[in-house]
Design a binder for this molecule. Structure first.
Ligand code: TAP
Length: 455
Protein backbone atom coordinates (compact mmCIF):
# COMPACT_ATOMS: atom_id res chain seq x y z
CA UNK A 1 0.00 0.00 0.00
CA UNK A 2 1.45 3.42 -0.91
CA UNK A 3 0.45 6.91 0.10
CA UNK A 4 0.27 10.04 -2.03
CA UNK A 5 0.63 13.49 -0.55
CA UNK A 6 -1.68 16.04 -2.14
CA UNK A 7 0.04 19.45 -2.34
CA UNK A 8 -1.66 22.83 -2.40
CA UNK A 9 -0.40 24.19 -5.76
CA UNK A 10 -0.66 27.78 -4.49
CA UNK A 11 1.51 27.22 -1.40
CA UNK A 12 3.39 23.95 -2.10
CA UNK A 13 2.26 22.84 1.38
CA UNK A 14 0.86 19.33 1.99
CA UNK A 15 -2.95 19.22 2.20
CA UNK A 16 -3.46 15.57 3.11
CA UNK A 17 -2.26 12.08 2.36
CA UNK A 18 -4.31 9.62 0.35
CA UNK A 19 -3.83 5.87 0.28
CA UNK A 20 -3.47 4.53 -3.24
CA UNK A 21 -5.32 1.43 -4.30
CA UNK A 22 -3.40 -1.61 -5.51
CA UNK A 23 -4.25 -3.83 -8.51
CA UNK A 24 -5.82 -6.36 -6.09
CA UNK A 25 -8.00 -3.67 -4.49
CA UNK A 26 -9.02 -2.57 -7.96
CA UNK A 27 -10.07 -6.12 -8.80
CA UNK A 28 -12.07 -6.23 -5.58
CA UNK A 29 -13.87 -2.97 -6.44
CA UNK A 30 -14.62 -4.22 -9.94
CA UNK A 31 -16.07 -7.39 -8.38
CA UNK A 32 -18.31 -5.28 -6.12
CA UNK A 33 -19.45 -3.21 -9.10
CA UNK A 34 -20.28 -6.38 -11.06
CA UNK A 35 -22.18 -7.78 -8.07
CA UNK A 36 -24.16 -4.53 -7.69
CA UNK A 37 -25.12 -4.43 -11.37
CA UNK A 38 -28.15 -6.78 -11.49
CA UNK A 39 -29.96 -4.99 -8.68
CA UNK A 40 -29.07 -1.51 -9.98
CA UNK A 41 -30.26 -2.18 -13.53
CA UNK A 42 -33.47 -3.62 -12.06
CA UNK A 43 -34.28 -0.46 -10.08
CA UNK A 44 -37.45 0.94 -11.62
CA UNK A 45 -36.70 3.94 -13.87
CA UNK A 46 -38.63 6.37 -11.68
CA UNK A 47 -36.75 5.20 -8.58
CA UNK A 48 -33.37 5.46 -10.32
CA UNK A 49 -34.34 8.99 -11.33
CA UNK A 50 -35.25 9.83 -7.70
CA UNK A 51 -31.91 8.48 -6.46
CA UNK A 52 -30.00 10.60 -9.00
CA UNK A 53 -31.97 13.66 -7.92
CA UNK A 54 -31.16 12.88 -4.26
CA UNK A 55 -27.48 12.57 -5.24
CA UNK A 56 -27.67 15.96 -6.99
CA UNK A 57 -29.28 17.48 -3.88
CA UNK A 58 -26.56 16.03 -1.69
CA UNK A 59 -23.87 17.60 -3.91
CA UNK A 60 -25.76 20.88 -3.79
CA UNK A 61 -25.83 20.79 0.02
CA UNK A 62 -22.02 20.35 0.05
CA UNK A 63 -21.13 22.79 -2.73
CA UNK A 64 -18.90 25.00 -0.58
CA UNK A 65 -17.07 22.04 0.90
CA UNK A 66 -16.39 20.55 -2.55
CA UNK A 67 -15.31 23.91 -3.96
CA UNK A 68 -12.97 24.40 -1.00
CA UNK A 69 -11.35 21.02 -1.64
CA UNK A 70 -10.68 22.00 -5.26
CA UNK A 71 -9.16 25.31 -4.17
CA UNK A 72 -6.68 23.70 -1.78
CA UNK A 73 -6.13 20.42 -3.63
CA UNK A 74 -6.00 21.67 -7.25
CA UNK A 75 -5.36 25.42 -7.02
CA UNK A 76 -8.59 26.36 -8.80
CA UNK A 77 -9.91 29.88 -8.13
CA UNK A 78 -12.87 29.72 -5.76
CA UNK A 79 -15.30 31.19 -8.30
CA UNK A 80 -14.37 28.50 -10.82
CA UNK A 81 -14.42 25.77 -8.17
CA UNK A 82 -17.96 26.74 -7.16
CA UNK A 83 -19.00 26.53 -10.80
CA UNK A 84 -17.35 23.10 -11.12
CA UNK A 85 -19.14 21.71 -8.05
CA UNK A 86 -22.39 23.20 -9.38
CA UNK A 87 -21.73 21.46 -12.67
CA UNK A 88 -21.71 18.06 -10.88
CA UNK A 89 -25.09 18.88 -9.35
CA UNK A 90 -26.52 20.10 -12.65
CA UNK A 91 -25.24 17.15 -14.68
CA UNK A 92 -26.71 14.68 -12.17
CA UNK A 93 -29.97 16.60 -12.24
CA UNK A 94 -30.02 16.70 -16.05
CA UNK A 95 -29.40 12.95 -16.45
CA UNK A 96 -31.86 12.09 -13.71
CA UNK A 97 -34.45 12.59 -16.46
CA UNK A 98 -32.86 9.88 -18.60
CA UNK A 99 -33.89 6.61 -16.89
CA UNK A 100 -37.54 7.28 -17.74
CA UNK A 101 -36.67 8.10 -21.35
CA UNK A 102 -34.47 5.11 -22.28
CA UNK A 103 -37.08 3.89 -24.70
CA UNK A 104 -36.67 1.44 -27.56
CA UNK A 105 -38.53 0.99 -30.81
CA UNK A 106 -41.21 -1.35 -32.09
CA UNK A 107 -40.59 -2.36 -35.69
CA UNK A 108 -43.29 -4.18 -37.70
CA UNK A 109 -41.95 -7.24 -39.49
CA UNK A 110 -43.49 -10.09 -41.40
CA UNK A 111 -44.85 -12.77 -39.06
CA UNK A 112 -44.58 -10.75 -35.88
CA UNK A 113 -42.98 -7.77 -34.23
CA UNK A 114 -39.51 -6.57 -33.41
CA UNK A 115 -38.87 -4.57 -30.25
CA UNK A 116 -35.61 -3.05 -29.12
CA UNK A 117 -34.35 -2.58 -25.56
CA UNK A 118 -31.55 -0.32 -24.29
CA UNK A 119 -29.58 -2.62 -21.99
CA UNK A 120 -26.91 -1.18 -19.69
CA UNK A 121 -23.45 -1.97 -21.01
CA UNK A 122 -22.30 -3.19 -17.57
CA UNK A 123 -19.48 -2.07 -15.29
CA UNK A 124 -17.91 1.20 -16.49
CA UNK A 125 -14.32 2.24 -15.73
CA UNK A 126 -14.08 6.03 -15.60
CA UNK A 127 -10.57 7.50 -15.82
CA UNK A 128 -10.37 11.22 -15.05
CA UNK A 129 -7.54 13.76 -15.56
CA UNK A 130 -6.32 16.33 -13.02
CA UNK A 131 -7.39 19.49 -14.79
CA UNK A 132 -11.16 19.41 -14.11
CA UNK A 133 -11.59 16.67 -11.49
CA UNK A 134 -15.26 17.38 -10.75
CA UNK A 135 -16.96 18.20 -14.08
CA UNK A 136 -15.21 15.44 -16.02
CA UNK A 137 -16.09 12.88 -13.36
CA UNK A 138 -19.75 13.87 -13.60
CA UNK A 139 -19.83 13.83 -17.42
CA UNK A 140 -19.18 10.08 -17.43
CA UNK A 141 -20.73 9.18 -14.10
CA UNK A 142 -24.22 10.66 -14.43
CA UNK A 143 -25.26 9.18 -17.82
CA UNK A 144 -23.68 5.83 -16.92
CA UNK A 145 -25.70 5.57 -13.69
CA UNK A 146 -28.81 6.78 -15.49
CA UNK A 147 -28.40 4.00 -18.06
CA UNK A 148 -28.24 1.38 -15.29
CA UNK A 149 -24.47 0.83 -15.31
CA UNK A 150 -22.29 0.64 -12.21
CA UNK A 151 -19.12 2.75 -12.13
CA UNK A 152 -15.60 2.45 -10.77
CA UNK A 153 -13.88 5.83 -11.15
CA UNK A 154 -10.20 6.66 -10.94
CA UNK A 155 -9.36 10.32 -10.40
CA UNK A 156 -5.89 11.52 -11.33
CA UNK A 157 -3.26 10.70 -8.73
CA UNK A 158 -2.65 14.42 -8.07
CA UNK A 159 -6.31 15.44 -7.55
CA UNK A 160 -8.35 12.70 -5.81
CA UNK A 161 -10.04 14.71 -3.05
CA UNK A 162 -13.29 15.88 -4.63
CA UNK A 163 -14.02 12.56 -6.34
CA UNK A 164 -13.55 10.69 -3.05
CA UNK A 165 -15.93 13.08 -1.31
CA UNK A 166 -18.51 12.84 -4.12
CA UNK A 167 -18.50 9.03 -3.70
CA UNK A 168 -19.36 9.52 0.01
CA UNK A 169 -22.18 11.87 -0.97
CA UNK A 170 -23.59 9.24 -3.34
CA UNK A 171 -23.87 6.75 -0.48
CA UNK A 172 -25.36 9.37 1.83
CA UNK A 173 -27.96 10.10 -0.87
CA UNK A 174 -29.02 6.46 -0.89
CA UNK A 175 -27.20 4.95 -3.87
CA UNK A 176 -26.66 1.26 -3.09
CA UNK A 177 -23.17 0.04 -2.12
CA UNK A 178 -21.01 -0.86 -5.11
CA UNK A 179 -22.95 1.23 -7.64
CA UNK A 180 -20.40 4.06 -7.63
CA UNK A 181 -16.90 3.62 -6.22
CA UNK A 182 -13.85 5.86 -6.41
CA UNK A 183 -10.34 4.43 -6.20
CA UNK A 184 -7.43 6.81 -5.72
CA UNK A 185 -4.25 5.55 -7.30
CA UNK A 186 -1.87 5.54 -10.19
CA UNK A 187 -2.90 5.33 -13.82
CA UNK A 188 -0.38 2.58 -14.39
CA UNK A 189 -1.96 0.48 -11.59
CA UNK A 190 -5.65 1.28 -11.05
CA UNK A 191 -6.27 2.74 -14.53
CA UNK A 192 -4.51 -0.10 -16.27
CA UNK A 193 -6.46 -2.70 -14.29
CA UNK A 194 -9.76 -1.05 -15.22
CA UNK A 195 -8.72 -1.26 -18.86
CA UNK A 196 -7.53 -4.87 -18.65
CA UNK A 197 -10.20 -6.42 -16.41
CA UNK A 198 -12.73 -8.39 -18.50
CA UNK A 199 -15.65 -7.51 -16.19
CA UNK A 200 -15.25 -3.82 -17.09
CA UNK A 201 -17.28 -3.48 -20.27
CA UNK A 202 -16.61 0.16 -21.10
CA UNK A 203 -13.82 2.65 -20.46
CA UNK A 204 -14.50 6.37 -20.42
CA UNK A 205 -11.12 8.03 -20.59
CA UNK A 206 -10.28 11.71 -20.52
CA UNK A 207 -6.63 12.66 -20.72
CA UNK A 208 -3.70 12.94 -23.07
CA UNK A 209 -3.78 11.65 -26.63
CA UNK A 210 -0.68 9.57 -25.89
CA UNK A 211 -2.30 7.61 -23.02
CA UNK A 212 -5.65 7.52 -24.85
CA UNK A 213 -4.01 5.83 -27.82
CA UNK A 214 -2.58 3.06 -25.60
CA UNK A 215 -5.96 2.62 -23.86
CA UNK A 216 -7.72 2.29 -27.20
CA UNK A 217 -5.24 -0.40 -28.25
CA UNK A 218 -5.68 -2.28 -24.96
CA UNK A 219 -9.48 -2.07 -25.19
CA UNK A 220 -9.28 -3.57 -28.69
CA UNK A 221 -8.01 -6.83 -27.14
CA UNK A 222 -11.45 -7.40 -25.59
CA UNK A 223 -13.44 -5.31 -28.08
CA UNK A 224 -14.19 -3.20 -25.01
CA UNK A 225 -16.33 -0.10 -25.55
CA UNK A 226 -14.34 3.09 -25.17
CA UNK A 227 -14.97 6.82 -25.21
CA UNK A 228 -11.88 9.01 -25.50
CA UNK A 229 -11.71 12.73 -24.70
CA UNK A 230 -8.15 13.77 -25.52
CA UNK A 231 -5.92 16.75 -26.19
CA UNK A 232 -6.45 19.88 -28.24
CA UNK A 233 -4.72 22.75 -30.01
CA UNK A 234 -7.68 24.89 -30.85
CA UNK A 235 -7.84 28.05 -32.92
CA UNK A 236 -9.47 31.35 -32.07
CA UNK A 237 -10.07 32.81 -35.55
CA UNK A 238 -10.47 36.59 -35.66
CA UNK A 239 -11.73 38.13 -38.90
CA UNK A 240 -11.29 41.83 -39.63
CA UNK A 241 -15.06 42.43 -39.73
CA UNK A 242 -15.70 41.31 -36.14
CA UNK A 243 -16.23 43.24 -32.91
CA UNK A 244 -12.47 43.41 -32.36
CA UNK A 245 -12.74 44.94 -28.87
CA UNK A 246 -14.84 42.02 -27.66
CA UNK A 247 -12.70 39.42 -29.40
CA UNK A 248 -9.57 40.84 -27.75
CA UNK A 249 -11.19 41.28 -24.34
CA UNK A 250 -12.33 37.64 -24.21
CA UNK A 251 -9.34 35.99 -25.92
CA UNK A 252 -7.35 35.69 -22.63
CA UNK A 253 -10.25 33.83 -21.00
CA UNK A 254 -10.51 31.50 -24.00
CA UNK A 255 -7.00 30.22 -23.29
CA UNK A 256 -5.94 31.17 -19.74
CA UNK A 257 -9.00 29.75 -17.99
CA UNK A 258 -7.80 27.17 -15.43
CA UNK A 259 -4.28 28.51 -16.10
CA UNK A 260 -4.48 27.12 -19.64
CA UNK A 261 -4.88 23.58 -18.29
CA UNK A 262 -7.96 23.17 -20.42
CA UNK A 263 -8.40 20.75 -23.32
CA UNK A 264 -10.55 23.40 -25.05
CA UNK A 265 -7.98 26.19 -24.64
CA UNK A 266 -7.92 28.34 -27.77
CA UNK A 267 -4.12 28.33 -27.69
CA UNK A 268 -3.61 29.52 -31.27
CA UNK A 269 -5.02 32.96 -32.02
CA UNK A 270 -5.32 33.47 -35.79
CA UNK A 271 -5.89 37.11 -36.79
CA UNK A 272 -6.67 38.60 -40.19
CA UNK A 273 -3.52 40.48 -41.17
CA UNK A 274 -5.28 43.81 -41.84
CA UNK A 275 -6.26 44.14 -38.15
CA UNK A 276 -3.27 42.41 -36.55
CA UNK A 277 -1.64 45.53 -35.07
CA UNK A 278 -4.93 46.87 -33.73
CA UNK A 279 -5.79 43.47 -32.22
CA UNK A 280 -2.40 43.16 -30.50
CA UNK A 281 -2.79 46.65 -29.03
CA UNK A 282 -6.16 45.60 -27.57
CA UNK A 283 -4.95 42.19 -26.42
CA UNK A 284 -2.01 43.47 -24.35
CA UNK A 285 -4.04 45.27 -21.65
CA UNK A 286 -6.57 42.42 -21.62
CA UNK A 287 -3.80 39.90 -20.86
CA UNK A 288 -2.25 42.15 -18.26
CA UNK A 289 -5.66 42.59 -16.66
CA UNK A 290 -6.09 38.88 -15.90
CA UNK A 291 -6.16 38.62 -12.10
CA UNK A 292 -3.62 35.91 -11.20
CA UNK A 293 -3.20 35.08 -7.53
CA UNK A 294 -4.56 33.47 -4.38
CA UNK A 295 -7.18 30.91 -5.48
CA UNK A 296 -9.14 31.46 -2.27
CA UNK A 297 -9.82 35.09 -3.23
CA UNK A 298 -13.09 35.73 -5.04
CA UNK A 299 -11.36 38.29 -7.28
CA UNK A 300 -8.87 35.75 -8.66
CA UNK A 301 -9.35 34.68 -12.27
CA UNK A 302 -6.30 32.45 -12.71
CA UNK A 303 -4.48 30.28 -10.17
CA UNK A 304 -1.23 28.32 -10.24
CA UNK A 305 -0.31 25.33 -12.36
CA UNK A 306 -0.88 21.88 -10.89
CA UNK A 307 2.73 20.96 -10.02
CA UNK A 308 6.38 21.95 -10.25
CA UNK A 309 6.93 19.30 -12.93
CA UNK A 310 4.08 20.65 -15.03
CA UNK A 311 5.38 24.23 -14.65
CA UNK A 312 8.77 23.07 -15.98
CA UNK A 313 6.98 21.43 -18.90
CA UNK A 314 5.05 24.63 -19.68
CA UNK A 315 8.19 26.75 -19.33
CA UNK A 316 10.01 24.53 -21.84
CA UNK A 317 7.76 26.01 -24.56
CA UNK A 318 9.13 29.48 -23.78
CA UNK A 319 12.91 29.05 -23.82
CA UNK A 320 15.36 31.96 -23.65
CA UNK A 321 14.98 33.97 -26.83
CA UNK A 322 11.37 32.90 -27.38
CA UNK A 323 9.33 35.56 -29.21
CA UNK A 324 7.45 36.87 -26.15
CA UNK A 325 5.20 39.72 -27.33
CA UNK A 326 3.95 40.50 -23.82
CA UNK A 327 3.05 38.82 -20.54
CA UNK A 328 0.62 39.18 -17.69
CA UNK A 329 1.44 38.97 -14.02
CA UNK A 330 1.98 36.10 -11.57
CA UNK A 331 2.87 36.07 -7.88
CA UNK A 332 6.44 35.34 -6.84
CA UNK A 333 7.33 33.07 -3.92
CA UNK A 334 5.85 29.65 -3.15
CA UNK A 335 3.33 28.17 -5.57
CA UNK A 336 3.54 26.78 -9.09
CA UNK A 337 2.92 30.13 -10.78
CA UNK A 338 3.36 30.95 -14.44
CA UNK A 339 2.31 34.26 -16.01
CA UNK A 340 -0.08 34.49 -18.99
CA UNK A 341 2.27 34.65 -21.97
CA UNK A 342 1.68 35.73 -25.58
CA UNK A 343 4.11 34.58 -28.25
CA UNK A 344 4.31 36.38 -31.63
CA UNK A 345 5.46 36.04 -34.30
CA UNK A 346 6.01 32.27 -34.11
CA UNK A 347 7.52 29.95 -36.68
CA UNK A 348 5.11 27.28 -38.01
CA UNK A 349 7.37 24.56 -36.55
CA UNK A 350 7.65 26.16 -33.08
CA UNK A 351 6.48 23.52 -30.53
CA UNK A 352 4.49 26.26 -28.77
CA UNK A 353 2.49 26.55 -32.00
CA UNK A 354 2.24 22.85 -32.90
CA UNK A 355 1.96 21.05 -29.54
CA UNK A 356 -0.54 21.17 -26.71
CA UNK A 357 1.12 23.32 -24.01
CA UNK A 358 -1.61 22.87 -21.36
CA UNK A 359 -0.54 26.08 -19.68
CA UNK A 360 -1.07 29.84 -20.03
CA UNK A 361 0.84 30.27 -23.29
CA UNK A 362 -0.80 31.42 -26.52
CA UNK A 363 0.56 32.13 -29.99
CA UNK A 364 -0.70 34.77 -32.42
CA UNK A 365 -0.46 34.12 -36.17
CA UNK A 366 -1.76 36.30 -39.02
CA UNK A 367 -3.76 35.03 -42.03
CA UNK A 368 -4.83 36.71 -45.28
CA UNK A 369 -8.26 35.38 -46.15
CA UNK A 370 -10.97 32.89 -45.20
CA UNK A 371 -9.40 29.98 -47.09
CA UNK A 372 -6.07 30.48 -45.36
CA UNK A 373 -7.73 30.79 -41.94
CA UNK A 374 -9.47 27.44 -42.40
CA UNK A 375 -6.32 25.75 -43.73
CA UNK A 376 -4.22 27.02 -40.81
CA UNK A 377 -6.88 26.12 -38.23
CA UNK A 378 -7.02 22.57 -39.61
CA UNK A 379 -3.25 22.14 -39.82
CA UNK A 380 -3.05 20.11 -36.59
CA UNK A 381 -3.67 16.49 -35.61
CA UNK A 382 -6.17 17.75 -33.01
CA UNK A 383 -9.77 18.90 -33.44
CA UNK A 384 -11.50 19.60 -30.15
CA UNK A 385 -12.64 23.19 -29.96
CA UNK A 386 -12.33 26.68 -31.41
CA UNK A 387 -13.91 30.08 -31.91
CA UNK A 388 -14.78 32.25 -34.91
CA UNK A 389 -15.19 36.02 -34.68
CA UNK A 390 -16.98 37.72 -37.59
CA UNK A 391 -20.04 39.88 -38.26
CA UNK A 392 -20.78 38.03 -41.52
CA UNK A 393 -23.26 35.24 -40.73
CA UNK A 394 -22.55 33.49 -44.04
CA UNK A 395 -18.85 33.37 -43.24
CA UNK A 396 -19.58 32.16 -39.71
CA UNK A 397 -21.52 29.22 -41.12
CA UNK A 398 -18.97 28.46 -43.86
CA UNK A 399 -15.99 28.51 -41.52
CA UNK A 400 -17.80 26.61 -38.76
CA UNK A 401 -18.58 23.85 -41.25
CA UNK A 402 -15.02 23.81 -42.64
CA UNK A 403 -13.07 23.72 -39.39
CA UNK A 404 -12.47 20.09 -38.40
CA UNK A 405 -13.30 20.27 -34.72
CA UNK A 406 -16.03 19.02 -32.42
CA UNK A 407 -17.06 22.17 -30.53
CA UNK A 408 -17.09 25.71 -31.88
CA UNK A 409 -18.35 29.06 -30.73
CA UNK A 410 -19.16 32.04 -32.95
CA UNK A 411 -18.62 35.47 -31.40
CA UNK A 412 -18.17 33.83 -28.02
CA UNK A 413 -15.20 32.29 -26.28
CA UNK A 414 -16.93 29.28 -24.77
CA UNK A 415 -18.70 26.26 -26.25
CA UNK A 416 -19.10 23.66 -23.48
CA UNK A 417 -22.59 23.14 -22.08
CA UNK A 418 -23.75 19.92 -20.47
CA UNK A 419 -26.93 19.80 -22.53
CA UNK A 420 -25.05 19.91 -25.86
CA UNK A 421 -22.82 17.13 -27.25
CA UNK A 422 -19.11 17.36 -26.54
CA UNK A 423 -16.13 15.55 -28.07
CA UNK A 424 -13.31 15.73 -30.58
CA UNK A 425 -12.49 15.18 -34.23
CA UNK A 426 -9.23 13.55 -35.35
CA UNK A 427 -6.80 12.80 -32.50
CA UNK A 428 -8.85 14.79 -29.98
CA UNK A 429 -11.06 11.84 -29.23
CA UNK A 430 -13.61 9.22 -30.07
CA UNK A 431 -17.30 9.35 -29.26
CA UNK A 432 -19.34 12.11 -27.64
CA UNK A 433 -20.24 12.96 -24.07
CA UNK A 434 -22.93 15.28 -22.71
CA UNK A 435 -26.10 16.31 -24.52
CA UNK A 436 -29.38 14.40 -24.53
CA UNK A 437 -27.95 11.26 -26.18
CA UNK A 438 -25.10 10.60 -23.73
CA UNK A 439 -26.86 7.77 -21.85
CA UNK A 440 -27.20 5.87 -25.15
CA UNK A 441 -23.42 5.42 -25.14
CA UNK A 442 -23.79 3.39 -21.93
CA UNK A 443 -26.30 0.99 -23.44
CA UNK A 444 -26.32 -1.77 -26.00
CA UNK A 445 -29.33 -2.02 -28.30
CA UNK A 446 -31.00 -5.41 -28.05
CA UNK A 447 -33.33 -6.50 -30.80
CA UNK A 448 -36.04 -9.08 -30.01
CA UNK A 449 -38.33 -10.68 -32.60
CA UNK A 450 -41.70 -11.82 -31.24
CA UNK A 451 -43.56 -14.19 -33.51
CA UNK A 452 -47.29 -13.67 -33.89
CA UNK A 453 -47.71 -17.11 -35.40
CA UNK A 454 -48.69 -20.26 -33.51
CA UNK A 455 -50.09 -20.31 -30.00
P1 TAP B 1 -2.97 11.71 -18.68
O1 TAP B 1 -1.59 11.70 -18.22
O2 TAP B 1 -3.29 11.06 -19.98
O3 TAP B 1 -3.85 11.07 -17.50
C1 TAP B 1 -5.25 11.02 -17.54
C2 TAP B 1 -5.73 9.94 -16.60
O4 TAP B 1 -5.28 8.67 -17.10
C3 TAP B 1 -5.17 10.06 -15.19
O5 TAP B 1 -6.14 9.63 -14.25
C4 TAP B 1 -4.02 9.08 -15.23
O6 TAP B 1 -3.66 8.60 -13.97
C5 TAP B 1 -4.58 7.98 -16.08
N1 TAP B 1 -3.59 7.10 -16.71
C6 TAP B 1 -2.30 7.35 -16.99
N2 TAP B 1 -1.72 6.27 -17.54
C7 TAP B 1 -2.67 5.31 -17.62
C8 TAP B 1 -2.69 3.97 -18.09
N3 TAP B 1 -1.62 3.39 -18.63
N4 TAP B 1 -3.84 3.28 -18.02
C9 TAP B 1 -4.94 3.83 -17.52
N5 TAP B 1 -4.99 5.10 -17.02
C10 TAP B 1 -3.87 5.83 -17.09
O7 TAP B 1 -3.56 13.18 -18.82
P2 TAP B 1 -3.44 14.36 -17.76
O8 TAP B 1 -2.05 14.88 -17.82
O9 TAP B 1 -4.01 13.95 -16.46
O10 TAP B 1 -4.46 15.41 -18.38
C11 TAP B 1 -4.08 16.31 -19.36
C12 TAP B 1 -4.53 15.85 -20.73
O11 TAP B 1 -5.91 15.55 -20.71
C13 TAP B 1 -4.36 16.92 -21.80
O12 TAP B 1 -3.87 16.35 -22.96
C14 TAP B 1 -5.77 17.43 -22.01
O13 TAP B 1 -6.03 18.00 -23.26
C15 TAP B 1 -6.56 16.18 -21.81
N6 TAP B 1 -7.94 16.52 -21.46
C16 TAP B 1 -8.92 16.32 -22.37
C17 TAP B 1 -10.23 16.67 -22.08
C18 TAP B 1 -11.30 16.44 -23.06
S1 TAP B 1 -12.81 16.49 -22.48
N7 TAP B 1 -11.07 16.20 -24.31
C19 TAP B 1 -10.53 17.23 -20.85
C20 TAP B 1 -9.50 17.43 -19.94
C21 TAP B 1 -8.20 17.05 -20.26
P3 TAP B 1 -2.49 9.30 -13.09
O14 TAP B 1 -2.68 10.76 -13.21
O15 TAP B 1 -2.74 8.79 -11.74
O16 TAP B 1 -1.24 8.81 -13.69
Amino acid sequence: MTDFTVLNPATEQPVTTVTQASAEETDFAIGRAAAALPAWRAVAPGDRARLLRAFAASVDAHLEELAGLEVTGSGHPIGAARWEAGQVRDVLQYYSAAPERLIGQQIPVSGGLNVTFREPVGVVGLIVPWNFPMPILSWGLAPALAAGCTVVAKPAEATPLTALRIADLALEAGLPEGVFQVLAGKGSVVGQRLVDHPAVRKIVFTGSTEVGRSIMAACAQQVKRVTLELGGKSANIIFADCDLERAAATAPYAVFDNAGQDCCARSRILVQRSVLDKFMALLEPAVQGVAVGDPASAATEMGPLISAAHRSHVASFVPDGAPVAFRGHAPSGPGFWYPPTVLAPVRPDDPAYTEEVFGPVVTVTPFSDEAEAVAVANDTPYGLSGSIWTSDVGRAIRVARAVETGNLSVNSHSSVRYWTPFGGFKQSGLGRELGPDAPDAFTETKNVFISSEGS
